[in-house]
Structure formats: C-alpha cells, structure tokens
Design a protein around this ligand. Structure first.
Ligand SMILES: [Fe+2]
Ligand SMILES: [Fe+2]
Length: 229
C-alpha cells in the first residue's frame, strides 16, 4: 500500500504519436508501462505528473484513459503542457462516469490526503512559458493555483507534484520556489525533462524541500515509490 508517481507517459494508443521515434530510451514504452503498472494493488495510489496523453480531446484520449484505468489503484492526473485534452474537473468527472472509467481523477488546485500526508499538485511554471505573451498574468494565476492547493493541505506535511520543474540547471522560478518554502513542502516531484535535458535536472534538498525528477524515461517507466502507508 503505497503512493507512487510518474510523469510524461505520453500515451497515444488511438493516435500516431508514439514516442518510440525518440530512440532506444522509449523502445517498447507502452509494454514497459503496462508491466510496471501491473504490479500495483487496489490500495496503491498513483500520481501521473502531466503529459499523460497526446489526445487533443477527451474523446481522443479515451483509449489512453482506458489503458490506465485497467490497472489497480486510484490515479490522480496533473496537467502537463501536452495535455490538450484537459478539461474542468466537472467535465472530466462526467466523461469518466459516462465511459465507466472509475479510477481516474484530476489533481489540480486541490489536495488529496494520503495517510499523514497532503498530496498537492498543479502544472507549475517553466522557462518556455516566460517567452509567451502576457506571461506575468499567467504566472500569477499559476502561482495562485499552487497556493490554493497548498492551502488545502492545512497542517499536514505536504508532498507537491508539478509538471514543470521549478528549478533546473540554468533556471529557477522564484515565485513557485517561494510558495514551496512558505508552505514547507517536504517533497517536490516534477516531470517534463526528457532525453538530453534530463542531465540538467536538480535533485535533492533545497531549503526545506527535497526535489526529484519523475519523468517516465528518466525512471525507466517504473513509477517512483514516494511513501508507504
Ligand atoms: Fe513530457
Ligand atoms: Fe511537458
């Protein structure tokens, strides 16, 4: 009975965006995911830290959701920059009800409790976003979302899942890092870095927070065990 996490599954089961074109690291990735998720039990909880499906709509992502739903345990999905199918929590819940996908939920501006921990999450902020127009406004909104999630934790120790790394070599997002510090987040787990950029990850203790990269290709498609109940 444990909490696991992995980001960036980049599934495309009904589409044609297989990640196998990205070389050996992604060879047979769906089979490898299938093998790893097959080890989960009904009591386990899995956080999927963004870039879960290439589907552009909920309908296009359905095959990927159905694939994930087959494995035991609850799965909480965070928004990644490639999750174009993303919908409001109400719309996603309705879709899952209609399609009888019983184990999937969104983790977005909210928090779930796992044992003694509060599990928080949102998309986060990254260098690429700085280049887009109106970035200050969008960053402020993203930081607000993160704070809403962290506030919902109350007094519980916090494990925070973000799609974007709030720090990596050559980049810091001071606004996000300040939030993690303010709420004394114990562990921060992020995805988004693939292939050659994995080299630029920063892991370990900074301030009060322990940082880890959990992108699927970095983890060899085996979810990281975060804590046990
Ligand atoms: Fe990704
Ligand atoms: Fe990403």
């Amino acid at each position: 009975m444990a909490l696991y996490a992995i980001g960036d599954l980049h599934l495309s089961l009904s589409g044609n965006k297989s990640m196998e074109v990205f070389g050996d690291a992604w060879k047979d990735y769906v089979a490898r995911i299938e093998n790893a998720l097959g080890q989960l039990t009904e009591e386990d909880v899995l956080v999927l830290a963004g870039d879960t499906s290439w589907g552009m709509t909920l309908q296009e992502a359905e095959a990927d959701f159905r694939f994930l739903d087959r494995f035991p345990g609850k799965k909480y999905l965070i928004k990644g920059n490639h999750d174009y199918w993303w919908a409001t929590a109400a719309k996603f819940r309705r879709f899952c009800e209609e399609k009888e996908l019983r184990s999937l939920e969104l983790l977005h501006n909210n928090c779930i409790l796992y044992g003694d921990y509060a599990v928080c999450g949102t998309r986060g902020w990254f260098l690429e976003e700085d280049q887009k127009p109106h970035n200050a406004k969008v960053l402020a909104r993203e930081v607000m979302r993160l704070e809403a999630s962290l506030q919902a934790a109350g007094e519980k120790p916090i494990l925070c899942f973000l799609h974007y790394p709030p720090l990596y070599q050559g980049y810091r997002c001071p606004e996000i890092l300040a939030m993690l510090e303010k709420y004394r987040v114990q562990g921060c787990y992020y995805g988004h870095l693939h292939g050659p950029t994995i080299r630029r990850r920063i892991e370990g203790q900074f301030g009060n927070t322990d940082f880890s990269l959990i992108s699927a290709d970095y983890l060899g498609f085996i979810p990281k065990k975060i804590c046990e109940m």
